[in-house]
Design a protein. Structure first.
Length: 426
């Protein structure tokens, strides 16, 4: 391996929530090419703006060594390729490696001796060497760990989080040989202020990433199940969690919808691999079932509350506040708010969705939902506070209640309102 930090020329494949912040940081120090097949995305970045809001206009401008391209010939100049494409699941909850395979095919066309390919996308243990490397070899004609090398350094980006950024989140690194592992670690350590953790193998690094989100998924599933139990016992879940939280080692999880590109997706990568080697992961899949059913549960509880108030459900009008998968960011990927919407619509409810953070065009394209541009006062039979956007917090109790009719059900999923100010809390 002849590469050193002085000679690196980095190519970032995929410029979404993960790839762009990484490209910007590397682009402050190294010659970096941001490569993406989305020409509209590249156009906005070249104009100096990031619509995902993960990187500010000023930060983009600071990356003086960063360029953008869809041209494969320009990618040939690179000697380190970092893959940051998404790893979604199919409708049958199976890993969809299509973006990863296509990115590997692209790199294979330009791969040269001594080049290093680093994957950041979340996968099951073994995917880099068992699924991606064969593609690189087949397309390039080169031999793994003789002509070219690989690394794996899982992304830990938290969309919308302005405190935990790419440079101050400790980075796990790994490489296909000890020398490459050291090179990959040094590369990331040169931009990651928080430091790095060099794993002993690519598989260890892959496994570490996939269990991070699986653990969170299971913890949220537990409190979701507790919320269902406590609702049946007529006990306020938040009050219970606050009381239990006075113990020093109680984990501060809250019930809710589990969407997004990580927590609701990554466990299926691990369960897929687990079943492939002959073990059925009961606990992990049980947690997934609970969390996947929360949208329908919320809608059902809303309907019950309306019936108790003698509000006719079929033909009623409900406002759902928030559509993104989490607060204060425009990310719509795998949002489970759509499950509430579709379930309410199955009861004959007219559902309006209001979210000042979302792109109307993206919402229409992804979910066939056209958010309302503003809220109307006094017209709704029910209001669901589904996402804790700051804009909703500052509205306050009176403003939110004014959206409903005299007889109206307010369902607070996110504990935005004080106890007693909503009709239902999750």
């Amino acid at each position: 391996m002849a590469l050193t930090l002085d000679s690196v020329n980095i190519g970032i494949i995929g410029l979404g929530y993960v790839g762009l912040p990484l490209a910007v940081e590397f682009g402050k120090k190294y010659s970096t090419l941001g490569f993406d097949i989305n020409t509209a995305r590249l156009a906005e970045l070249e104009a100096g703006h990031d619509s995902t809001l993960e990187v500010s206009d000023d930060e983009l401008a600071e990356a003086g060594k960063l360029q953008f391209s869809t041209n494969l010939n320009e990618l040939k100049q690179c000697n380190i390729y970092i893959v940051t494409v998404p790893t979604p699941i199919t409708e049958n909850k199976q890993p969809d490696l299509t973006p990863l395979v296509k990115a590997s095919e692209t790199i294979g066309q330009v791969l040269k001796p001594d080049d290093i390919v680093i994957y950041e996308s979340t996968v099951y243990p073994g995917a880099t060497e068992e699924d991606c490397v064969p593609v690189l070899e087949a397309v390039s004609g080169l031999t793994f760990n003789k002509d070219f090398f690989c690394g794996y350094s899982p992304e830990r980006i938290n969309p919308g989080d302005k405190e935990h950024r790419v440079t101050n989140i400790l980075k796990v690194t790994s490489g296909s040989t000890p020398e490459v592992a050291q090179m990959v670690d040094e590369l990331y350590r040169s931009i990651i202020v928080a430091g790095t953790h060099k794993a002993s193998s690519i598989k260890v690094a892959e496994a570490a990433k996939v269990i991070e989100n699986t653990q969170r998924d299971l913890n949220i599933a537990l409190v979701n199940e507790l919320a269902i139990i406590f609702n049946k016992l007529d006990i306020d879940t938040e009050e219970v969690l606050v009381a239990a939280g006075t113990k020093w080692n109680f984990l501060p999880y809250r019930p809710g919808l589990v969407g997004g590109h990580c927590i609701g997706v990554d466990p299926y990568y691990l369960t897929h691999k687990s079943q492939a080697v002959g073990y059925f992961p009961d606990v992990i899949l049980a947690g997934r079932r609970i969390n996947s059913g929360m949208g329908a549960y919320v809608a059902g509880e809303m309907v019950k509350a309306m019936m108790k108030k003698r509000i006719h459900v079929n033909g009623s009008r409900i406002l759902v506040m928030g559509l993104t998968f989490k607060e204060n960011c425009p990310d719509l990927r795998n949002t489970k708010v759509v499950d509430i919407v579709s379930e309410l619509e199955s009861y004959g409810v007219q559902v309006d969705v209001y979210d000042p953070w979302v792109s109307v065009e993206e919402s229409q394209a992804e979910y066939q939902i056209t958010p309302v541009s503003e809220t109307e006062a006094g017209v709704y039979d029910g209001v669901v506070l589904a996402v804790a956007h700051e804009e909703f917090k500052v509205m306050g109790v009176d403003k939110i209640r004014s959206l409903g009719k005299n007889e109206c059900v307010i369902y607070d999923l996110k504990y935005l309102l004080p106890l007693g100010e909503s009709d239902i809390r999750l």
